[in-house]
Design a protein. Sequence first.
Length: 193
Amino acid sequence: MAPSPLGDVRGMELTAIRPYKNNPRVKPKKAIEQTAKSIREFGWQQPIVVDGDMVIIVGHTRYEAAKLLGEPLVPVIVADHLTPDQVRAYRIMDNRARDYTTWDFPLLIGELEGLDEGFADVLDLEDWQAVIARFEDSSSSDDVSPDLDPDVSSRLTDGFKLSVVFDTQENADRAAPGILDMPGVVNVAYAHG
């Protein structure tokens, strides 16, 4: 099956689009602020994708960042060819894919070298320095974590586990996105009982 062509990117008034009211992805204030800094530094490199009713499918954080920046126009792709079920699935998948990734810290350290004060704010280098210091100070372990996805485990040289017990699965599900957005978190594993 050939991939669908990329829709036309249009400049639209921010007020012409609206967030999906049942968006299950939590957007911490920090994520919105960092996205706003990225847009200010690099410009718009990813459009917001909406359905035919101008409801956001993906790009809620970029939408909030545009509001924070006071930007009246934003780049938008109207994906009106998707079925309602495809819209729902795409909205989830766009955010879910990152749950399967992690950082290769030695490569990351090399990429961050030389990106000093000019990018300190947009990259939140102070936070990265703390994360990297913990990584460099940690001792190596052969048994990173038996609960981690094997691909995630193979990319870590050292891992630390913190167990948190919730009273209901609903509360655990509500907390998981925020935990994944915390610096240094690479996985959230569920266990019942």
